[in-house]
Design a protein around this ligand. Structure first.
Ligand SMILES: Cc1cc2nc3c(=O)[nH]c(=O)nc-3n(C[C@H](O)[C@H](O)[C@H](O)COP(=O)(O)OP(=O)(O)OC[C@H]3O[C@@H](n4cnc5c(N)ncnc54)[C@H](O)[C@@H]3O)c2cc1C
Length: 400
C-alpha cells in the first residue's frame, strides 16, 4: 500500500464482512479510511432465517448502529461492477450511482440459495431469503402441504422449525442424498427420531427434475404434490468476481492464497462464502466466514504497520443444528469436519446452538471495544495439498 491514508473498501455486510470491518477499524484506528458497502442497512442473520419464516419475533440489528463509533463509512447500495484494473466499484444506491475507488478491497458478498438448478424453481418455489420472507410466511400459514427440497442444514432446520410452528402442516423433505449421510450413526438416528416425532416425511435419494405450480416432478416419473415448496438446495455465489476477471473456482468463488488474497489480484482479499482457499479449505458457513473476516482484518492491520502477514488457519470442532426450539443436535467433528461418534442432544444442544447464534452478533459489538477478542480453533488439519477436489457445477446442482 503506497498511499498515505489507504482506502479500504469492504463489499458485503454479512458475517464475514462485518467482522472484518469492525475488527480492522479497531486495530487500524486512524491508519486507513474504511468504507463498508451492503445492499441493506440491517445485518441479515441468515442462520436465523428459518426462524423468521416461522414468524418468530427476533431482534433486528441495524448496520449503522453496529458501526457506531468505529469511524467506518457505510454506503447502502447494490454493487454492480468491479473494475480491478481501475481499482473501483460501481454501486447503485437509492438515489444515485456511485463509483468508489480503493487501495485494498475485501470481497465478502456471500452466497444465496441456488434457484437455477432445476426448471421451475424460480417461478414456483420459495427460498429462505429476506426478499421472500413476508410472502412465504403468509403461504405457510395458509397451506396444508409443504415440500422442502434439500437435505442439508437449511432444509433440516427449516423442516423442524416449521413442524413446531405450524403443527397442522404436512411436511415432506426431499433430498437427492441419503438423509443425514454427513452425520455420524448416532447423529442420523437422533435426526430420524426427531423427524418421526414431528411427523415429517423423508423422501431421500430422489432426483427432482422440475417444479410446477403444485408438484415437484421426480426423475422416476412420479411427483410430490405441495401447496408451498421451499427450495433449500445448495448455495451459489455472484458472478461479479468472474466477470471482473478474478480467478475463481467452478462455483464462482474467488480463489485465495493462504493470506486470503485473490491469487490473481493480491490487492483483493476475499472471505466468507464468496471465497475458496485451497490451502485451508472450508465449506460455506459463518463458522468459517467469521474466522476468515477476522484473519483478513489482522493481516491488513499488520500490513498497515509494515508487519508480515500470516497464513489463515482454521479447524472445525462441532456442527450445531437446531431442530426447532425444543431439540437440537451438536455433532462433534474432526478438525477436517468429519463426524465423530459423539453427539449432544436435547436442552443442552438447544442451549449451545442458541449461544452460538447470539455469539455471532455479540462478537460484533465486542470487537468495537476489544478488537481482536474473537478467537477460533486453529488445530492441525490433515489437508492433502494439490488434492483438493472441487465439486463440478453439475455435482453442486445435484446436491439438493
Ligand atoms: C437457514 C440457514 C441456516 C444456516 N445455519 C448455519 C449454521 O448453523 N452454521 C453455519 O456455519 N452456517 C449456516 N448457514 C450458512 C451461513 O448463513 C452463510 O454461510 C453465511 O451467512 C455466509 O456469510 P458471508 O458473510 O460470507 O455472507 P452473507 O451472510 O451471505 O452476507 C453477504 C452480504 O453481502 C450482501 N450482498 C450480496 N451481494 C451484494 C451486492 N451485489 N451488493 C451489495 N451487497 C451485496 C448481502 O446483502 C449480505 O448482507 C445457514 C444458512 C441458512 C440460510
Amino acid at each position: 500500500m503506497n498511499t498515505q491514508t489507504p482506502k479500504i473498501l469492504i463489499l458485503g455486510g454479512g458475517y464475514a464482512g462485518l467482522q472484518a470491518a469492525i475488527r480492522l477499524a479497531g486495530k487500524a484506528r486512524g491508519k486507513a479510511q474504511i468504507t463498508l458497502v451492503n445492499a441493506v442497512n440491517t445485518f441479515v442473520e441468515r442462520i436465523r432465517l428459518h426462524q423468521r419464516a416461522a414468524n418468530q419475533t427476533l431482534k433486528q440489528h441495524s448496520i449503522p448502529a453496529l458501526l457506531k463509533g468505529t469511524g467506518i463509512n457505510f454506503v447502502q447500495g447494490w454493487v454492480n461492477e468491479l473494475n480491478p484494473t481501475q481499482r473501483e466499484i460501481k454501486v447503485n444506491t437509492e438515489t444515485d450511482i456511485q463509483m468508489l475507488s480503493y487501495d485494498v478491497l475485501i470481497y465478502a458478498l456471500g452466497s444465496f440459495i441456488d434457484c437455477d438448478n432445476a426448471v421451475g424453481v424460480r417461478e414456483h418455489a420459495y427460498a429462505l431469503t429476506p426478499d421472500d420472507m413476508t410472502e412465504l410466511r403468509n403461504k405457510l400459514a395458509n397451506s396444508e402441504r409443504l415440500l422442502i427440497v434439500g437435505g442439508g442444514l437449511t432444509g433440516i432446520e427449516a423442516a423442524t422449525e416449521f413442524a413446531e410452528s405450524y403443527p397442522n402442516l404436512k411436511i415432506t423433505l426431499a433430498t437427492s442424498e441419503s438423509f443425514g449421510e454427513r452425520l455420524s450413526q448416532k447423529g442420523r438416528t437422533h435426526l430420524h427420531q426427531v423427524f418421526a416425532r414431528l411427523g415429517i416425511t423423508i423422501r431421500d435419494n430422489v432426483e427432482i427434475t422440475e417444479v410446477t405450480a403444485n408438484a415437484a416432478q421426480l426423475a422416476n416419473g412420479s411427483a410430490l404434490p405441495f401447496d408451498t415448496c421451499l427450495w433449500a438446495g445448495s448455495f451459489a455465489v455472484s458472478d461479479l468476481a468472474r466477470e471482473a476477471g478474478l480467478s475463481v473456482n467452478e462455483r464462482g468463488q474467488i480463489l485465495i492464497d493462504a493470506q486470503l488474497r485473490s491469487v490473481s489480484h493480491p490487492d483483493i482479499y476475499a472471505i466468507g462464502d464468496a471465497a475458496f482457499c485451497p490451502e485451508m479449505p472450508t465449506r460455506m458457513g459463518c463458522v468459517a466466514g467469521m474466522p476468515m473476516g477476522s484473519h483478513a482484518a489482522d493481516n491488513l492491520a499488520a500490513l498497515l504497520k509494515g508487519e508480515a502477514q500470516t497464513p489463515f488457519r482454521f479447524a472445525y470442532l462441532v456442527q450445531c443444528i437446531s431442530l426447532g426450539r425444543n431439540e437440537g443436535l451438536v455433532q462433534m467433528v474432526t478438525a477436517d469436519d468429519k463426524p465423530k461418534e459423539q453427539i449432544l442432544t436435547g436442552r443442552l444442544a438447544v442451549w449451545i446452538k442458541e449461544s452460538i447464534c447470539l455469539g455471532t452478533v455479540w462478537v460484533l459489538y465486542a470487537e468495537r471495544y476489544l478488537p481482536g477478542i474473537y478467537a477460533w480453533s486453529k488445530a492441525e488439519r490433515n489437508i492433502q495439498h494439490g488434492n483438493i477436489r472441487e465439486l463440478s457445477p453439475d455435482a453442486v446442482r445435484n446436491r439438493v
